[in-house]
Design a protein around this ligand. Structure first.
Ligand SMILES: *[C@@H]1O[C@H](CO)[C@@H](O)[C@H](O)[C@H]1NC(C)=O
Ligand SMILES: *[C@@H]1O[C@H](CO)[C@@H](O)[C@H](O)[C@H]1NC(C)=O
Length: 287
């Protein structure tokens, strides 16, 4: 008895009382509401599912407080359509302006024909950063007398009376402020095939690829025509060897990225194609 009264009372809470089958009427209004709400429900379901399935990328900036020997990689793959590899020098400097020695690198230069085909199959490893052109000379040096003293062609100074390779003649000329053209009359240069190398590669392009590892401090790296050197704490590029020719620095950046790769990263310079009319240098600033 008691439980029956309880169930009766419970029934009062039914917010959706059913009508008898006979009293049900199907109206057009009701059908419209049903269809519209079904469509709305479907749309909501799909959009919510879509929202749930999309990855959300949250960019985050934080200060890198790691110190010491952790280096940052700069990956690059750049093609210079009209600039021979022999002319191109690549330097990396950090905030001190001089610290190029410490840069580990793994850069290769691939000579290209003007049409874009490769000249040699094996790309050549780029010489030392902050380039001393030492390797170029290495092969020749071995057979020569290490104590020899060759002429500087009038550019001798008190502290330097011998120029045993093209490089030294060049340096002496520079100190004197003379224009230097690597002609065959300078025996050191002829021996080293300096002029040859310049001449042979005259109508070529160059693809530079690989990576350099730099300290995580402010600095820059750049690619420019001409041998680079340091003079009175100023970084200079010597363009004399090119005999005043106009350089076409047109280049395509296939890839340029900093640090490790991760999926979804967009490198803003990838695919950049720059056509130039004048001598110029590209610079990239790291901070
Ligand atoms: C550099 O980019 C070019 C053009 O996209 C590509 O053909 C070449 O394989 C790349 N080089 C390297 C070492 O990834
Ligand atoms: C430099 O090279 C690019 C591509 O090879 C070419 O389109 C452009 O006209 C050249 N510029 C000059 C001044 O020759």
């Amino acid at each position: 008895m008691e439980s029956k009264a309880f169930l009766e009372r419970l029934r009062k809470f039914d917010a959706y009382p059913k009508t008898l089958e006979d009293f049900r009427v199907k109206t057009f209004g009701g059908a419209t509401v049903t269809i519209v709400s079904a469509i709305l429900m479907f749309i909501l379901f799909v959009s919510e599912l879509n929202f749930y399935l999309t990855k959300e990328v949250q960019p985050e900036l934080f200060v890198d407080i790691s110190r010491g020997n952790i280096k940052m990689k700069i990956n690059l793959n750049i093609t210079f359509n009209n600039l021979p590899c022999a002319f191109l020098s690549i330097d990396a400097m950090d905030i001190s302006g001089e610290n190029q020695i410490d840069v580990e690198h793994n850069l290769y230069k691939q000579r290209l024909k003007l049409t874009g085909e490769k000249v040699e199959d094996e790309p050549e490893k780029h010489e030392e950063l902050g380039d001393k052109s030492e390797e170029l000379v290495e092969g020749v040096k071995k057979e020569l007398d290490p104590n020899r003293c060759e002429s500087c062609y009038g550019a001798e100074t008190d502290d330097k009376k011998c120029c045993n390779n093209c490089e030294e003649v060049r340096d002496q000329y520079r100190k004197k402020g003379w224009a230097f053209k690597a002609t065959d009359s300078i025996i050191q240069c002829k021996r080293e095939g300096w002029a040859d190398k310049m001449e042979k590669q005259k109508n070529e392009g160059c693809n530079v690829f690989g990576y350099i590892e730099v300290n995580k401090v402010g600095g820059n790296f750049h690619m420019a025509p001409g041998k680079s050197f340091q003079q009175s704490h100023v970084h200079v590029h010597d363009l004399q060897a090119m005999g005043g020719e106009k350089m076409n620095m047109s280049h395509t950046v296939h890839h340029l990225s900093f640090g490790e790769e991760y999926p979804g990263i967009v490198n803003p310079l990838d695919g950049l194609h720059q056509i130039d009319q004048k001598i110029c240098a590209i610079q990239s600033k790291l901070t």
